[in-house]
Design a protein around this ligand. Structure first.
Ligand code: NDP
Length: 251
């Protein structure tokens, strides 16, 4: 039994990959949310077409423009979402949007380091800050809890570093996901009194544009594992770092 009653959910980076799969699985769940805010950087782009088609078939899927790194876009998205919520709160925020660039200790540049940090850390920070009042409102209305799910990565784990480092140094990505993990803990501490849960989940190595074709896990399998976790979220999960199967990952 979950502490979070998911009537409204917002997913960032939902036009492809894991984000799009989340939208589909929420739609196909036993008790679909009343509103699924499927956000993406460019709703007019070719790579958002599938999502737009989905929203045309399902009135509870609302496509919203949201570039998580752009404060004006983040704030405009809140205004748009509020119009659809009609005074209701937001029960669940999934900070999914992220990027990975390949680099080693030798090739890592300052520009790339800043860019990846901006998307993978500043984006979730800005988005969560802007939606905080709606997450709080959900708690007041439901007398349950609301939740922030940060899609993190095993590559951000300090303890796991020796196993994968030589094959996949990805310096900017690793640093950004380690930073995202502590952001998740900050959300847990800072929003505890508001009744908001914050959790970091590693989706596994998944077949997406980012994960590539060699990845062992399909989007369907990864997201269905994460959906089980999301539909059983309780305050005990808050501040943890787990994988898509629910196993604890060392920081
Ligand atoms: P994809 O590359 O398939 O999709 C990334 C998504 O993020 C796209 O929708 C993209 O939008 C969006 N995005 C990128 N930058 C921004 C931005 N500034 N604002 C809004 N949206 C943005 O990646 P995955 O689906 O594989 O990854 C999803 C999450 O899972 C990421 O956080 C990733 O780090 C994490 N993850 C993935 C793993 C994997 O094996 N796939 C492993 C571990 C973690 P657009 O189409 O506009 O570019």
């Amino acid at each position: 039994m979950s502490d979070v009653n998911i009537r409204t959910v917002l997913v960032t980076g939902s036009n492809r990959g894991i984000g799009y799969e989340f939208v589909q699985q929420f739609l196909n769940s036993q008790n679909p949310p009343q509103k699924i805010f499927a956000t993406c950087r460019d709703p007019g782009a070719q790579q958002s077409q599938e999502l737009k088609n989905l929203s045309e078939k399902h009135s509870n899927v609302v496509v919203i423009q949201l570039d998580t790194t752009n404060p004006a876009s983040v704030n405009a998205s809140v205004k748009e979402v509020e119009k659809h919520l009609n005074g209701q709160g937001l029960d669940l925020l999934i900070n999914n949007a992220g990027i990975l660039n390949h680099n080693s200790l030798e090739t890592q540049t300052a520009e790339d380091m800043m860019h990846v940090y901006n998307v993978n850390v500043v984006g979730p920070m800005l988005t969560t800050q802007a939606y905080h009042h709606l997450l709080k409102r959900s708690v007041v209305e439901s007398s349950g809890k609301s939740a922030i799910v940060h899609i993190s990565a095993l590559l951000g784990s300090l303890e796991e570093l020796p196993h994968l480092f030589s094959a996949l140094p990805v310096i900017s990505y690793r640093c950004s996901k380690a930073a995202l993990n502590i952001l998740s803990r900050c959300h847990m501490e800072g929003y505890k009194q508001d009744g908001i849960i914050s959790i970091a989940i590693h989706p596994g190595w998944v077949q997406t544009d980012m994960g590539g074709e060699k990845a062992p896990i399909t989007k369907q399998t990864s997201v269905s594992g994460m959906m089980k976790i999301i539909y059983s979220l309780s305050h005990q999960h808050s501040g943890t770092f787990i994988d898509w199967e629910g196993k604890t990952i060392p920081w």
